[in-house]
Design a protein around this ligand. Structure first.
Ligand SMILES: Nc1nc2c(c(=O)[nH]1)N[C@H]1C(S)=C(S)[C@@H](COP(=O)(O)OP(=O)(O)OC[C@H]3O[C@@H](n4cnc5c(=O)[nH]c(N)nc54)[C@H](O)[C@@H]3O)O[C@H]1N2
Ligand SMILES: Nc1nc2c(c(=O)[nH]1)N[C@H]1C(S)=C(S)[C@@H](COP(=O)(O)OP(=O)(O)OC[C@H]3O[C@@H](n4cnc5c(=O)[nH]c(N)nc54)[C@H](O)[C@@H]3O)O[C@H]1N2
Ligand code: SF4
Ligand SMILES: [Mo]
Length: 739
């Protein structure tokens, strides 16, 4: 037990800052300020793990530079003033419906940023806002991130949310490409204390190989690290696939379609041919294939360094092809599927891409979104369907999107913009209205998105720890925004949140034939009742006849909210279950599609680039342990030291180019001047700049003192990964000269 002084209390909550979903034990004083953060040692998943970001949650929660009241900007003077909630929503209800009436439906766009994956509001209420806007102009951080993985999974398994995760705790062999979980704590692989899990893998005699143009902290922990030319992972993986066929190393254990097509596609990607393009020697590629095939269990895992490249989707596809060919898909120790407790989106038809295309560049939609790489031109190119109004929720695309400078300028051309955000920052400065969410301590937490990709099945619910004091929750802000954009006023005696929740609950229960059981739902408010319903209807649920039974849910007759309220440290639902494919597959064939035609077609593009002469210098990104994309640089204990914006360059390149202090970096899209930091940890011919910096003119005191530069001034929105439309951040050709 923690010792708590008079007037203090401890409270439990999931950390909302990254995908690791660590349990936190917070100490609050008698005025409800967070005064201490510790890892929750009784959390069965995170077991007390805490990183520096989580430890700073108190600073973040009440950052003096955050926004606490709605803000309205005067366009003539650019001056900001605070406003009442009513005035803010009235202005939105006046402007957006009028713009939509004048220019048509597509003229209002929505951009959803990364923290939506970490809030109840993002999961349960943003979809309502998207429907209310009824626009195809929906954009999100997904197309600056993991869309290639979702498209590959969608085409192979029929559902873009059916993404395999490496069975970290049991695997005997892990091949990891383009991920650095020692800094990032992992992504699309929810694993609190990822570093500890990797150390355990090594301790039990497992082998770990890391492929990265940088010798990262993760690479240093591995048995083997291989440098690779940025953007060339698809060639390396094809070399492995080629070898598996050529040396008869196949061990396919699941029902698949398209084996011959994969063999044919891999035919000319011999290890010798791809070695030149990747920089990985042919004999190493052959050995990797043999090791993957021979290991009792193995998993290939590839993340952001490989997604945000020109061949992102092909790379993610080949990862799962190798997992399937080596018998590791859907088996213990291999690449497996989590079973999240809350009912998710129930897909009845197989996933398709490019059901419609964007106006200006005819880029494909994926999962109902257009690529963020095309938002700037959708705003600036005149014509029918031009974007005139934008709503951003928890996003900072001025820093996070490719061709950031161009998007920044485009945002200034909008006729009206609304942002739901904690800060006045590089993006929200263009808004007419900013609507702030409440404190983190005032928000409930359940990980609807991330628990679908967990390396162990687990659930945890955290109610809000501090009352709202009359201000709206973020869920209510979004619900009221949904009303405002459709020109509606809330009903006088009913809050919009309850209206939305009652509609959803009634609709869902009606579909399930359980409408008469509405009164059984528990929870202090309609949001909690919705969560209770999703748990009761989920795979472990009390209302599911075929529920997975676990020791913790058994006494309750199955999963419901009460289970989680009674177990505030979270509940362990066991190791990932093998043999789930028949349950999760949504393909028309009922088999794993190893060779989706859309991807086989894209191999032509890959093959055409095989003989490319690599440019002299390629730019890649990197993440920093004490940063969180663009928005935690105002937390004083986190910035400085290694957490600054510098260009990593191999000393050999620095000397060759005469760079000592600062360099001018030029790309096809832009130019920056940055401090250089020579380090042996990056391969020759590659330079690395972290993203999320560039806080010049910021209202945030600490962040502006550590401004850095916007790496996305150099990335180019005219390049995308063809099948997914994903942005390209890694492998950008640049030239360097001394500043
Ligand atoms: N060059 C380069 N660019 C990249 C990447 C890269 O590796 N290299 N990575 C990409 C990736 S993976 C991602 S996910 C994107 C991220 O892209 P974005 O989501 O656009 O950017 P973030 O920096 O995460 O900004 C989050 C915003 O949400 C606000 N916020 C924080 N918490 C809350 C909350 O609870 N509610 C609300 N309403 N707002 C909140 C913050 O103030 C901030 O403005 O960046 C991408 N951009
Ligand atoms: N501390 C911290 N944690 C974070 C975030 C953060 O900003 N800071 N952001 C969160 C978000 S939104 C996400 S999506 C995750 C991402 O989590 P990760 O996927 O682990 O992201 P990174 O740490 O950027 O690691 C990507 C690695 O890819 C390497 N790389 C670059 N180009 C290539 C290439 O072409 N091939 C290969 N093989 N490697 C390449 C880079 O050198 C880098 O080491 O992290 C999350 N966690
Ligand atoms: S690893 Fe992620 S979830 Fe865990 S404490 Fe750090 S930021 Fe929070
Ligand atoms: Mo991300």
């Amino acid at each position: 037990m923690t010792r708590v002084t008079v007037g203090q209390r401890t409270a439990l909550r999931t950390c909302p800052l990254c995908e690791a979903v660590c349990g936190l034990e917070l100490t609050l004083d008698d005025e409800d300020h967070i005064v201490r953060v510790r890892g929750d040692r009784q959390d069965p998943f995170s077991a007390g793990f805490l990183c520096p970001k989580g430890a700073s949650l108190g600073h973040l929660d009440e950052d003096p530079d955050r926004i606490t009241e709605p803000m309205i900007r005067d366009r003539a003077t650019d001056a900001w003033r605070t406003a009442s909630w009513q005035e803010a929503f009235d202005l939105i209800a006046e402007r957006i419906p009028a713009l939509v009436a004048e220019y048509g439906r597509g003229s209002a766009a929505l951009y959803l940023g990364n923290p939506n994956a970490h809030t109840v509001a993002g999961a349960l209420y943003v979809p309502v806002l998207a429907r209310a806007l009824s626009t195809r102009n929906i954009y999100s951080a997904s197309t600056a991130d993991q869309m290639p993985k979702q498209v590959a999974s969608g085409l192979m398994f029929g559902d873009p949310l059916t993404v395999p995760v490496p069975d970290l705790d049991r695997t005997d062999y892990l091949l990891m490409l383009g991920a650095n979980p020692l800094e990032s704590n992992g992504s699309l692989c929810t694993a609190p204390d990822f570093p500890g899990r990797l150390k355990a893998l090594r301790r039990r005699g497992g082998r770990m190989v890391v492929v990265d143009p940088r010798r990262t902290r993760t690479a240093k922990l591995a048995d083997e690290h291989l440098f690779i030319r940025p953007g060339s992972d698809a060639y390396l993986l094809f070399g492995i696939v080629h070898t598996l066929f050529a040396r008869d190393l196949l061990d396919v254990r699941v029902a698949v379609e398209g084996l011959d097509e994969v063999r044919a596609a891999a035919q000319d990607f011999t290890p010798e041919v791809v070695a030149g393009r990747t920089g990985v020697p042919a004999e190493t590629i052959v050995r990797l294939a043999a090791e993957l095939a021979a290991a009792p269990s193995a998993a290939v895992y590839a993340r952001i360094g490989t997604c945000t490249t020109e061949f992102g989707t092909l790379t993610q596809w080949l990862v799962e092809v190798i997992n399937a060919l080596t018998g590791n898909l859907d088996r213990a120790g291999g690449a497996m599927f989590s079973t999240a407790a809350a009912l998710g989106i129930v897909r009845t038809r197989p996933f398709r891409i490019a059901r419609w295309t964007s106006r200006v560049r005819e880029l494909p939609e994926a999962m109902g979104e257009f690529p963020i790489a095309t938002l700037a031109e959708e705003i600036t190119a005149p014509g029918e369907g031009q974007v005139r109004a934008l709503i951003t929720v928890a996003g900072n695309p001025a820093l996070s999107a490719p061709s950031g400078t161009r998007l920044d300028a485009a945002l200034a051309e909008l006729e009206f913009m609304v942002s739901v955000d904690r800060y006045l920052n590089e993006t929200t400065r263009h808004a007419d209205v900013i609507l702030p969410p409440p404190r983190i301590a005032q928000s409930p937490h359940y990980d609807f998105a991330l628990l679908q990709f967990a390396v162990r099945d687990y659930a945890r619910y955290s109610p809000a720890l501090v009352p709202l004091d009359g201000r709206p929750s973020e869920a209510e802000v979004i619900a009221r925004l949904a009303l405002a954009v459709s020109g509606q006023q809330p009903e006088p005696d009913r809050d919009p949140l309850t209206t939305v929740d009652e509609l959803v609950i009634a609709g869902t229960l009606h579909k399930a034939g359980l409408l008469e059981r509405r009164a059984e739902l528990v929870g202090d408010n309609s949001t909690e009742q919705r969560i209770d319903m999703m748990l009761r209807l989920g795979p472990y649920g009390q209302w599911r006849p075929d529920a997975v039974r676990t020791p913790v849910t058994e006494p309750y007759g199955g999963m419901n909210l009460q289970v989680l309220l009674d177990n505030p440290h979270g509940v362990d639902l066991g190791p990932l279950r093998p043999g789930r494919l028949p349950e999760v597959l949504r393909t028309a064939s009922g088999r794993v599609e190893l060779a989706p035609p859309e991807l086989i077609a894209d191999v032509v593009r890959l093959r055409a680039r095989l003989a490319d002469v690599a440019p002299e210098l390629l730019l890649i990104g990197r993440r920093q342990l004490r940063s969180n994309n663009s928005w935690m640089h105002n937390i004083a204990p986190l910035v400085g030291g290694s957490n600054t914006c510098t260009l990593h360059i191999n000393p050999h390149d620095a000397t060759r180019l005469g760079l000592t202090d600062r360099a001018v970096v030029k790309s096809a899209a832009g130019m920056l001047t940055v401090p250089v930091e020579p380090t042996e940890e990056i391969m020759p011919g590659v330079v690395s700049l972290p993203h999320g910096w560039g806080h010049t003119d910021s209202e945030q005191a600490v962040a502006s003192a550590h401004a850095g530069v916007n790496a996305n001034a150099l990335t180019d929105d005219s390049l995308v990964d063809a099948p997914s439309g994903n942005a390209v951040f890694n492998g950008v050709p640049v030239t360097l000269t001394p500043a």
